[in-house]
Design a protein around this ligand. Structure first.
Ligand code: SF4
Length: 694
């Protein structure tokens, strides 16, 4: 198992661990020569990995890694000993808490770090006295979690990756798993498609996923509800609903049926910009399948009506009885490798570990019995709300392994807001757009330098193991966070951990959904939440007899369309954003990989040939994309893959920073920003230069 591979500076060894680059959770290990190799694991049973996984060590051994703490001195970050840096953090946070209270501090948890690290971070915030802790689930699937939690009682995949192979129909809404979750697509969805499952792809763009689709609905961004309601109307009109399931397991069908009777399918299709016949074809394929599974992504969730988008999809599953059975359900594909776990362990402002509401006195009492301190009953701020209040009621930020100056919407405004803070500490591997605003930067540990657990997209808790020592004086993240807990709170004893196993054991006592799990027994396998009375590995299919709410029935719901926040003025296009195969999130890690950069190059703006021709733009031209929030210059890729009236850019790059153009509108239930619909003007850069020089 362990084959040491020495380099002059660092020592590496091969231990099975979990890929850091997406929520699928493939098992990898060090393969020598700076590369990772896939190993047979719970998810990638044949050891298969994608190009991101293969390049995952590029970031570990990168020459730009931070190896010493940095402190701000005369407007510059300079190296400092750990003790001085930690003293600066202690003084900075204590001063803010003394003057403004604990609610003046915002904690950013990291969806790319372990359950144990995030558990300790949220505990630190709550023992200090605030629920102001959030993670970038807020920016990706907060709306999905809100809708699924409310209706079904669990904000996670209802089924497993394995049993997606059982589906007769895959309804992929706002996701591109062929590029964004490649191993999940190739190992689970593609076999079902090859066995005859119908793939319906609802997405404004034609992507690699669309190539295997039987039906493509290239909807206008922001019209998911119109499409889902029209499909629901067809299901009812054509008798494709499951009457027995509706009677036994749902409530509110009469009201929804009445509402859907007034839905004009053709009109909804026109609003969405899709062909009504194709929409009916999709409805029939979904409704006639014995087992139909919905797979959903950020194209669904990242809207000001993201929660309602998911509610509309939940209606489809409930109308047709496609829930609580293998090969069915509603299945959000999670982005970062531990975005599920970071939320599970309490890295959210409204819930304690295990999604127990902070407003629930019994839940607070259970936590207090373990921590010796009862958390505040007041829900905290989301990370987006907090950035809007920087310099006002929020005066300090503790940023753990995230890059909000790039990933938040209206990012130019967010970057300025960071300057209004009294104090900011960032724990990270590299200098980033966010560390530029920090008073102290603490060098943490990369994915391959730590142990602990992560929870993948289908609720599997798996072990990470160290494959490398740390560079210079970088420290383990768990050690840094525990040190801050001992320094900043009145309960230093509550942060005296001797490693991740001890933290995990405490987590199993505090979080009901992790109750009964055992760190050692996870071994090279996994334990899935919730635990099962009949299967040690956990419950595969949720909501079989009762919903996770404890109820036998789940409500059907009338969902009205919600217009996007940005009105399109004449000549403007809709900017939508997303990912490519080679990168994830802000690209702060994957852009360090020369291999991945060589595969995908720099960022481009995809624009339809008709829109390009209207503006005198040729493929490869420089273009200026602008609105009242900002201006971005990039290169045009003229392609019919993106629908007319829509342009697409990834959010992986700080330059050009596409989030300079995205807006402040938030979903009222989940606080998720409207990343997927921004009104922009697109012009040839040469034209703009010519006008400006006139
Ligand atoms: Fe890593 Fe995801 Fe690729 Fe698997 S599919 S190797 S987890 S990036």
């Amino acid at each position: 198992m362990t084959e040491p591979t020495e380099t002059p500076e660092r020592s590496f060894e091969s231990n099975p661990t979990v890929c850091p680059f997406c929520g699928v959770g493939c098992s990898v290990e060090y393969a020598g020569n700076g590369s990772a190799t896939g190993v047979e694991g719970p998810v990638n049973a044949r050891g298969e990995i994608c190009p991101k996984g293969a390049a995952a060590f590029d970031v570990v051994d990168h020459e730009d890694r931070l190896t010493e703490p940095l402190v701000e001195h005369n407007g510059r970050l300079v190296t400092a000993p750990w003790e001085e840096a930690l003293d600066r953090v202690t003084d900075g946070i204590e001063r803010v808490v003394d003057e403004h209270g604990a609610d003046a501090v915002q904690f950013f948890a990291s969806s790319n770090c372990t359950n144990e690290e995030n558990y300790v971070l949220q505990k630190l915030a709550r023992v200090l006295g605030t629920n102001n802790v959030d993670n970038c689930a807020r920016l990706c699937h907060a709306s999905t979690v809100a809708a699924m939690n409310e209706r079904l009682g669990a904000g996670a995949m209802t089924n497993t990756l394995d049993d997606l192979r059982e589906a007769d129909c895959l309804f992929v809404n706002g996701a591109n798993p062929a590029e964004q979750h490649p191993v999940a697509f190739r190992s689970y969805l593609l076999p079902a498609i090859r066995d005859g499952a119908t793939l319906i792809h609802v997405d404004p763009r034609a992507t690699d996923t669309t190539e295997t689709a039987d039906v493509h609905l290239p909807l206008r961004p922001g019209t998911d509800i119109e499409v889902a309601n029209a499909i629901a109307a067809v299901l009812v009109e054509e008798g494709l609903v499951d009457e027995a399931f509706l009677a036994e397991r749902t409530a509110g069908f009469d009201r929804l049926r009445e509402y859907l009777a007034d839905v004009d399918v053709a009109a909804n299709a026109r609003t969405a910009g899709v062909d009504p016949k194709t929409l009916r074809e999709a409805a029939r394929a979904y409704g006639e399948a014995n087992r139909a599974a919905i797979v959903t992504g950020m194209g669904t969730s990242q809207h000001r009506c993201g929660t309602d988008n998911v509610h509309a999809l939940l209606n489809l599953a409930l109308l047709t009885g496609n829930i609580g059975r293998p090969g069915t359900g509603v299945n959000p594909l999670r982005g970062q490798n531990n975005v599920q776990g970071t939320s599970d362990v309490g890295g959210l402002p409204g819930v304690l570990p295990g999604y127990e509401p902070v407003t629930d006195p019994d839940a607070r009492e259970r936590v207090a019995a373990e921590w010796g301190v009862e958390p505040s009953p007041e829900p905290g701020l989301t990370e987006v709300e907090a950035t809007h209040r920087f310099g006002d009621e929020v005066r300090a930020a503790v940023v753990f392994g995230e890059n909000p100056a790039v990933t938040e919407p209206n990012a130019t405004a967010v970057a300025s807001a960071f300057e209004a803070l009294d104090f900011c500490v960032v724990i990270d591997l590299f200098e980033t757009a966010t560390t530029a605003h920090a008073d102290v930067v603490l060098p943490g540990s990369a994915w391959a330098e730590k142990a602990g657990t992560v929870t993948n997209t289908d609720r599997r808790v798996m072990r990470m193991r160290s494959n490398a020592d740390r560079p210079g004086n970088a420290r383990r993240d768990l050690e840094i966070l525990s040190t801050l807990g001992r320094r900043l709170t009145d309960r230093p004893d509550a942060f005296a951990y001797d490693g991740p196993a001890a933290v995990f054991e405490e987590l199993t006592r505090v979080s009901p959904i992790y109750g009964g799990m055992n760190y050692e027994e996870i071994g090279d396998g996994y334990q899935r939440w919730p635990r099962s009375a009949t299967d040690d590995a956990g419950t595969n299919v949720l909501h079989e007899e009762t919903f996770a709410t404890g109820e036998r029935t789940a409500p059907l719901r009338v969902v009205d369309p919600v217009p996007p926040a940005d009105d399109l003025e004449t000549g403007e296009l809709t900017l939508t954003t997303g990912r490519v195969l080679q990168h994830f999130n802000s690209g702060a890690l994957t852009r360090r990989s020369r291999r991945l950069m060589a595969m995908c190059g720099e960022d481009v703006l995809q624009i339809h040939p008709a829109d390009a021709a209207d503006r005198g733009i040729d493929d490869g031209d420089r273009v200026v994309v602008s609105n009242e929030r900002g201006t971005v210059e990039t290169t045009a890729e003229v392609t019919p893959a993106v629908r007319e009236g829509v342009v697409f850019c990834t959010f992986h790059h700080a330059e050009p920073l596409v989030n300079a153009l995205t807006g402040d509108a938030l979903d009222p239930d989940a606080g998720i920003p409207e990343f997927k619909h921004s009104a922009v003007a697109v012009d040839s850069a040469a034209e703009v230069d010519a006008v400006e020089s006139d």
